[in-house]
Design a protein around this ligand. Structure first.
Ligand SMILES: NC(=O)c1ccc[n+]([C@@H]2O[C@H](COP(=O)([O-])OP(=O)(O)OC[C@H]3O[C@@H](n4cnc5c(N)ncnc54)[C@H](O)[C@@H]3O)[C@@H](O)[C@H]2O)c1
Length: 400
């Protein structure tokens, strides 16, 4: 039989049509992440068939009665609440999904675990490593499944990069360099939002964007042994609101850079900024190994740049642009025929499907998904970068 290219499988609902269990979901937050997660729950059985369980959007929590009622109607939740504790008391909810701001991760996630709910929490898991550790301890003690929403692990090209590294295609890894660049707060009149307030967010570009590339570094290269860091805040005061003239103090970093030594001997650099003019969501990395290199940029999510030292005649060698959209690429057999690309929002479908499979079949989230332990380890590295910056960039060993 010729190679499966996906053009022939689209109407093929593999597997049974009979009894598929459902899993009740309660989501805290209905804005950016609440919307992305709700979309994923709804798409899941449409793409993965048969799913381990069909998500049932039971309830969504927000602060304003009117706004959360509209969100429930829009996203298809059966009910809504202005008290997130209602989600934990609801016997029809088995999975608690936390898409709230960072200061609202620990208490609801710990309470959810104590109530016996499986937990998915957005990143950064905690505002500090100590907070993240409490959360990890709580889910371990409760024996529930736990996932930290490092969704970039579920980009087909990034999972493919991991497989290439695992297969030894790049040989020994020498370098990892990652940049996660945005530009959205460059206007000095952009107001104080929760992401600029340390008590709410924990840190700035570091915990928001840096957390993602730290997780990618751990996912692809391995554990860091030590870091050096430099964090900075370019604009220290911002309007609290429109028109009043009142200002608030920005007490988180606008940008950071870090040097990384990995346990396997590789070295790397990490950089994130919200002041990179022209960069919208430029999450990119390059890895150089003894046998070749790979390079990725989220803004071209379906592509992986690959260079292999001995691929083809030397006159024709160079980075190849691989379209990671074949049925033999990670996740792709569930989607479309080759070259029919997918988007950022679909990483959440993969991530949540992985979690629900782990819940139903009692399989592990790790190593391909991120657990609360991964969220904790990432927070340790973030704290070390802050500590290094406070000490003039001194080398800080990573101790979990
Ligand atoms: N994985 C990713 O790519 C990614 C992207 C963006 C954000 N995030 C993370 O997701 C989390 C949420 O970020 P966001 O961008 O969706 O924020 P957001 O400000 O868009 O949404 C926050 C939501 O939390 C709700 N909320 C706030 N306080 C509440 C309370 N007391 N009770 C109930 N609901 C409350 C708000 O109403 C809002 O719906 C953050 O931890 C962030 O770091 C992850």
């Amino acid at each position: 039989m010729s190679e499966q290219v996906g053009f022939v499988t689209m109407g093929d609902a593999k597997g049974p049509s009979g009894d598929i269990p459902s899993i009740g979901v309660g989501v805290l937050g209905y804005a950016f992440m609440g919307k992305a997660h709700a979309n994923a729950y709804k798409k899941l059985p449409y793409i993965f068939w048969p799913p381990a369980a069909i998500p049932r959007l039971v309830s969504v929590a927000g602060r304003s009665e009117q706004a959360v009622a509209v969100a429930a109607q829009r996203y298809g939740f059966e009910r809504h609440t202005t008290n997130w504790r209602d989600l934990l008391a609801d016997p029809e909810i088995q999975l608690f999904d936390n898409g709230g701001p960072n200061n609202l991760h620990a208490e609801p996630c710990i309470a959810a675990a104590e109530a016996g709910k499986h937990v998915l929490c957005e990143k950064p898991l905690g505002r500090t490593a100590a907070e993240a550790k409490h959360m990890w301890d709580a889910v371990k003690k409760a024996g529930v499944k736990h996932a930290c929403a490092f969704n970039y692990r579920f980009v087909p090209a990034i999972r493919q990069a991991r497989q290439l590294i695992e297969q030894g295609a790049l040989g020994r890894i020498y370098h990892f360099r990652a940049r996660y660049l945005q530009e959205w707060i460059m206007d000095p009149n952009f107001p104080m939002v929760w992401r600029l307030d340390k008590s709410t967010a924990g840190s700035g570009a570091l915990g928001d964007l840096g957390a993602h590339i730290i997780d990618i570094a751990r996912f692809l290269v391995g554990e860091p042994r030590a870091v050096n860091g430099l964090t900075t805040t370019f604009i220290k005061e911002r309007p609290l609101d429109v028109g009043s003239g009142r200002k608030g103090t920005v007490d988180v970093d606008d940008a950071f850079v870090s040097l990384v030594e990995f346990e396997n001997g590789a070295i790397g650099t990490l950089e994130a900024s919200r002041f990179a003019a022209g960069r919208k969501n430029f999450n990119s990395f390059e890895i150089n190994g003894a046998k070749g290199s790979i390079s990725f940029n989220l803004e071209r999510l379906n592509e992986l740049e690959v260079y292999l030292n001995d691929a083809g005649p030397r006159e024709a060698r160079g980075f190849a642009n691989v379209s990671v959209t074949e049925s033999f690429h990670p996740f792709y057999a569930n989607w479309w025929p080759q070259g029919h690309i997918i988007g950022w929002e679909h990483t959440f479908v993969h991530e949540i499907n992985h979690l629900i499979e782990a819940i139903v079949h009692d399989t592990t989230i790790e190593p391909y998904g991120a657990t609360f332990e991964d969220g904790y380890r990432c927070a340790v590295i973030c704290d070390a970068i802050v500590q290094s910056s406070a000490n003039g960039g001194a080398r800080v060993p990573i101790r979990y």
